[in-house]
Design a protein around this ligand. Structure first.
Ligand code: MTE
Length: 318
C-alpha cells in the first residue's frame, strides 16, 4: 500500500472547502450527478449559437502587466476550475456547459443615480476591451497565469454612476437552477456573492473579464462576465455576474457566510499568513506542476499596497 505522508500545505485541494461542505461533498456529488441526468448536458451546450461579441477578439494586449512565469496552457487552465454551481471538484467543464450565457442582463442598483439593467452585448461593446496577462493564486495554494480579455472595473463604475455615499460594491452571480442543478441543493447560500470597497473596485488592476486566450470567455471560467482581482485569493473572482449593487454596508461574500474563520472579506494574498488548515508560503503552478514561493499581494504590491494603509487592524490576509 502507498502511504503518503503529507506536509502541512499538501492537503488535497478538495479539502480546501469549509469542513461542513467537505463532509457533505459525497451527498452533493450524488445530487449533482442525479440532477445532471435530468438535462442532457451536451445538448444544452450545443444549442447556443456563436458568441455575438466574437468579432471583438483577440483584443490588443496591454503590455504594462508582465508575467514572471509562462502562460498556463489553455487546456490545463480551462479544465481545472472552481465553479461550485456545477460541482465540488475541479472537473466541472462539461457540467458548466449547461450555463446559458444569452440572453444575459446585468443590473446596476442600490446607491446609484438611477437603477438600470443592460444587455451583456451592449455592455461589452460600450467598454474598451484589452488583454492582460495576470497571475492567479487560489486560496487552496495552486496558481496559474492567464491571458484575460476584459475592461477595467473603473470603467464599469463610471457607467453605473454610484452616489458618492457608496462605499462598497456587492456582486452577484446568476441564480437559476434550470441551468445549474446544484443550486437546488442547500449546501451553498446561492447565489454566489462577492464584494469590494469602492477603492478596490476602481483600482487599475481590477478587471472585468469577458474573454480568455484571445476568445470570448468559456463557461467554466465564468462567462459572460467575471471579476479578476489578481492580488487577492481566487475566490474573490466571482463568475457569471448578473448584478452590481452599490452600498454603504460591507457585503458578506459566499465563503465568509460558509466559514468566516477561514475566508474573509479582504482575502489579500500573503505567504506569511497561513490559512487555519495549511500554509500559504508556496503554491503549485498548475501548468508546470512546480512549487514556487508565494509573493505578498501575489506580486502586485506596487499597485495595491496603499489601499490597505490605516486598515492594519483588519484581517487583511484571509
Ligand atoms: N464564482 C462562482 N459564481 N462560483 C464559484 O464557485 N469559485 C471561485 C471563483 N469564482 C466560484 C466563483 C473560486 S473558489 C475560484 S479559485 C475561482 O473562481 C476559480 O476560477 P477559474 O475556475 O476560472 O480558475
Amino acid at each position: 500500500m502507498n502511504i503518503i505522508h503529507r506536509r502541512g500545505w499538501e492537503i488535497p485541494e478538495s479539502q480546501a472547502a469549509p469542513e461542513h461542505l467537505f463532509m457533505s461533498r459525497r451527498a452533493l456529488l450524488r445530487g449533482v450527478t442525479a440532477l445532471a441526468g435530468v438535462t442532457s448536458i451536451s445538448k444544452v451546450g450545443c444549442a447556443e449559437g456563436a458568441d455575438p461579441t466574437a468579432d471583438l477578439y483577440p483584443a490588443k494586449r496591454n503590455e504594462k502587466y508582465k508575467l514572471d512565469r509562462e502562460i498556463t496552457p489553455e487546456k490545463i487552465a480551462s479544465y481545472y476550475n472552481n465553479f461550485y454551481e456545477y460541482g465540488q471538484d475541479k472537473y466541472i467543464a462539461s457540467h458548466a456547459q449547461q450555463l446559458k450565457t444569452r440572453p444575459w442582463t446585468v443590473k446596476f442598483d442600490g446607491m446609484v443615480e438611477k437603477e438600470k439593467t443592460v444587455g451583456i452585448d451592449d455592455l461589452i461593446r460600450a467598454m474598451p476591451l484589452e488583454e492582460r496577462l495576470y497571475r492567479m493564486r487560489c486560496v487552496e495554494a495552486w496558481s496559474m497565469a492567464v491571458p484575460w480579455t476584459g475592461f477595467a472595473m473603473a470603467k464599469l463604475v463610471e457607467f453605473a454612476k454610484p452616489l458618492s455615499s457608496a462605499k462598497y460594491v456587492k456582486m452577484e452571480s446568476f441564480l437559476d437552477s434550470s441551468m445549474a442543478p446544484a443550486q437546488r441543493l442547500p449546501l451553498f447560500p446561492w447565489p454566489y456573492v462577492e464584494g469590494l470597497t469602492m477603492a478596490e473596485a476602481t483600482n487599475e488592476l481590477t478587471f472585468l473579464v469577458t474573454g480568455i486566450y484571445g476568445k470570448p470567455a468559456v463557461k467554466q471560467h465564468g462567462a459572460p462576465l467575471r471579476l479578476v482581482t489578481p492580488w487577492k485569493y481566487g475566490f474573490k473572482g466571482i463568475k457569471s455576474i448578473v448584478r452590481f449593487t452599490f452600498t454603504d454596508k460591507r457585503p458578506v461574500g459566499t465563503w465568509e457566510v460558509l466559514q468566516a474563520s477561514e475566508y474573509g472579506f479582504w482575502a489579500n494574498v500573503n505567504p506569511q499568513v497561513a490559512h487555519p488548515r495549511w500554509s500559504q508560503a508556496t503554491e503549485r503552478d498548475i501548468g508546470t506542476g512546480d512549487r514556487r514561493p508565494t509573493l505578498l499581494f501575489n506580486g502586485y504590491g506596487e499597485y495595491v499596497a496603499d489601499l490597505y494603509k490605516g486598515l492594519e487592524s483588519e484581517k487583511l490576509y484571509m
